[in-house]
Design a protein around this ligand. Sequence first.
Ligand code: GUN
Length: 296
Amino acid sequence: MRATLIDGKAIAESLREEVKQKVRERIDKGLPTPGLATVIVGENPASKVYVRMKHKACQEAGIISVGHELPKDATQDEVEDLVRKLNADPKIHGILVQLPLPAGLDEEHVLNTISLQKDVDGFHPINIGRLAQKGREPLFIPATPAGVMYLLEHSGTPLAGANAVVLGRSNIVGMPVSLLLVSANATVTICHSRTKDIPGIIREADVLVAAVGIPEYVRGDWIKPGAIVIDVGVNRVEDDTRKSGYRLVGDVNFDEAAEVAGAITPVPGGVGPMTIAMLLRNTLRAARLADGNHVE
Ligand code: GUN
């Protein structure tokens, strides 16, 4: 393996330690303990796993977290009434509605109901809109894209003028990460299911962010020698040699890419842990906003 490993797990751990310290300092000063509320609608097993991990991380950081679960047939009004109740709750500084919502619910309308100051996911249409505009800043940056940018900065990747290719255009990762890369002065190409010659485009990438959800889609010979590869994919593939019967792989064929890239994130242990660390950071930021402090 020639590439340097970007150790998201270790980087996330030190961020989480930093958040924990700042939470402790707040409490010592008599300021309110940051509080996060999560909302799950329906029975999506992956959502439940993710939200459980978020609560555990909050607990370890000294952040209060309160989980709310609504049945899969909850109405739009029921979901939004809960969000409004959380908006009005002074002990809750951040609100996270886990996506995807069950079919039939209007996701944009639910996200629009979340108070801007409590939008720790950064998915409120105004926060996303600000991300897309020059000279404007959202109150919160979505956690996974913020984690990707942190890993790029932490690994010393020059972004100004770099060719960055983002594979995937989802609301949660692909599109916001593309906007952040543009803000960092990269030249950004977004590839998606209708893009022609994806391997040819990736071969020009100094920075590749893969977020398509297709196991080991990107092959080693698509990678430009020395490129920085950030793999956001978390895909289960069957593996009879494991007790669980599966293993996790990214959107990039790691073994092949690691022979060519300059640096690469592993799966698991790359972007995944950063998402949670950034959510904790955003929740602390929400508590500071509620104090009325100027927050950088
Ligand atoms: N579903 C997948 N990733 C996320 C995330 O970061 N936040 C929320 N709310 N839902 C998700």
